[in-house]
Design a protein around this ligand. Structure first.
Ligand code: GH3
Ligand code: MG
Ligand code: MG
Length: 366
C-alpha cells in the first residue's frame, strides 16, 4: 500500500540532520515505488514507512472542508513553520507564518484567523501568553505545540485557552487530522450558536409583522423602567390600536386584514429611531417604547406614525383603494412608577383617543 498517508506519516522533522535543517524531498516511495510521492528526509535518517499504530487521541472519520479556513502558525524554528505551512496548505488551508509572538499579534490584529497554532517555548516569546491573549481577545481556536511534553500538559494548554495540544515531533497526518477536527468542531459550534440565536430571535418575534411580540414587550418594559429609574432618564410609551379593524376584516377578509398589520409594522420601521422598539402587543394593538424620550418628542413621533398610517393607500381588492386609521395613547414614565401602572396609563390615553372619535393622539398627564 502506498499513499501520502503512509509516506507522510512518520516524518520526524526535528531529527538531527547534518546541517540542522530538515530536508523536504520528492521521490519514490521506498516501500512500493509509487511515483510521485512527497516525503521528508532528515539528514541520513530515512523515513519510517510502517503503518502507524492507531492513536486513540487522533481524531478520525468525517472531517470538515478546509475551504476558507485561515490558520496562523507561530514557531521560532523556521523548519517547523515551513513544515506546517506545507502540510496544511496541501490540506487546503490558508496558512500565515510567524516566528515570534510579536509578529503573530500583528497578524491577529490585521486579519481574522480561525486557528492559531503556536509553539510554547520560543526565545523572548511565550506561546502560553500568546494563547491566553488570543483566547481573551479574538474568536480564534488555538492549538499549542511543544517538544517538551513532560513539562507542558494538555491541561495547561486548555487552561490557557487552547482547544488542542500537539507534541513534537509533529506527524503530518496527526497534525492535519487534529487541525481538521478543531476546525470542524469550530464550524459545528458556530452552526449551533447561529441556530440558538435564530431560535431566540423567533421566540421574541411576531411572525406576521416582524415586530417584537408581547412576551418580549413585558420583559423589555421592566428593564427600561428600571433603567429610567436608576439613571433618571426619560422614557415614553406609545400604545396604538387600529380603528374599526373588525369592519375591515369583515369586509375584505382576514388575509387582507393581515396585510394591514404588516403595513403597520413597516410604518414603525420607517418612523422609529434605533433606540426605539416596536411590539405587536395584541391582535391589532401595538406598543412602542421610546427610550430617553420626553413627552413632546414622543407626541411628535406618535403624530408622524398616525399620519403615515392614514396616508397609506391599501388596495384590498383590484381597483379598490382603502385607507385605515389608528388611535394612539402616549405616556411618559413617572419616577417610581411600576411598569404595570405605566402601561395602564398609556392604555388609558389610547382609550381616550378612541372615546374622542379615533384617528388621534392622546397624552396621559405626567
Ligand atoms: P376600534 O376602532 O374600537 O378599535 O374597533 P376595532 O374593530 O378595531 O376593534 P375590535 O376590538 O372590535 O376588533 C378587533 C379586530 O381585530 C377583530 C379581529 O378580527 C381583528 N384581529 C385581531 N388579530 C388579528 C389578526 O391577526 N389578523 C387579522 N386580520 N385581524 C385580527
Ligand atoms: Mg381596533
Ligand atoms: Mg383592539
Amino acid at each position: 500500500m502506498c499513499s501520502d498517508f503512509v509516506c507522510h506519516y512518520y516524518i520526524r522533522m526535528d531529527w538531527p540532520t547534518s546541517d540542522g535543517v530538515p530536508k523536504m524531498m520528492y521521490g519514490t516511495c521506498c516501500q512500493c515505488g509509487h511515483m510521485p510521492v512527497k516525503w521528508y528526509r532528515c539528514g541520513s535518517v530515512h523515513l519510517e514507512m510502517s503503518e502507524p499504530t492507531p492513536d486513540p487521541h487522533v481524531p478520525t472519520g468525517e472531517i470538515a472542508s478546509p475551504e476558507m479556513s485561515r490558520i496562523l502558525v507561530v514557531d521560532d524554528e523556521t523548519s517547523i513553520v515551513r513544515f506546517l505551512k506545507e502540510v496544511l496548505e496541501e490540506a487546503g488551508y490558508h496558512v500565515t507564518p510567524a516566528s515570534t509572538t510579536h509578529e503573530a499579534m500583528g497578524h491577529l490584529a490585521a486579519a481574522a484567523f480561525d486557528l492559531l497554532i503556536t509553539d510554547i517555548l520560543m526565545p523572548g516569546s511565550d506561546g502560553l501568553e500568546l494563547a491566553r491573549f488570543t483566547a481573551g481577545k479574538y474568536d480564534t481556536d488555538i492549538i499549542l505545540m511543544t517538544g517538551y511534553a513532560e513539562e507542558f500538559t494538555y491541561e495547561l494548554a486548555v487552561e490557557h485557552g487552547a482547544t488542542d495540544f500537539l507534541v513534537k515531533p509533529l506527524r503530518p497526518r496527526e497534525t492535519v487530522l487534529r487541525v481538521k477536527r478543531v476546525l470542524r468542531e469550530r464550524a459545528l459550534k458556530k452552526d449551533r450558536e447561529s441556530m440558538i440565536r435564530s431560535l431566540e430571535e423567533m421566540a421574541i418575534t411576531d411572525a406576521l409583522t416582524g415586530l417584537y411580540n408581547s412576551r418580549h414587550f413585558y420583559g423589555r418594559i421592566e428593564i427600561e423602567v428600571s433603567s429610567a429609574g436608576r439613571y433618571g432618564t426619560p422614557l415614553s410609551l406609545l400604545m396604538l390600536d387600529i380603528d374599526d379593524f373588525k369592519e375591515y376584516n369583515d369586509t375584505f377578509g382576514h388575509l387582507e386584514g393581515d396585510g394591514v398589520l404588516v403595513r403597520i409594522g413597516d410604518v414603525f420601521r420607517e418612523c422609529l429611531r434605533k433606540s426605539d422598539s416596536a411590539y405587536r402587543y395584541g391582535g391589532e394593538e401595538f406598543a412602542l417604547i421610546l427610550s430617553r424620550t420626553h413627552t413632546p418628542e414622543a407626541v411628535a413621533v406618535a403624530h408622524r406614525i398616525r399620519e403615515e398610517i392614514e396616508a397609506s393607500e391599501l388596495s384590498p381588492r383590484p381597483g379598490h383603494s382603502m385607507r385605515i386609521t389608528a388611535s394612539i395613547g402616549v405616556a411618559e414614565h413617572r419616577p417610581g412608577e411600576s411598569a404595570a401602572d405605566f402601561i395602564r396609563r398609556a392604555d388609558q390615553a389610547l382609550y381616550e383617543s378612541k372615546r374622542q372619535g379615533k384617528n388621534r393622539v392622546s397624552i396621559s398627564r405626567k
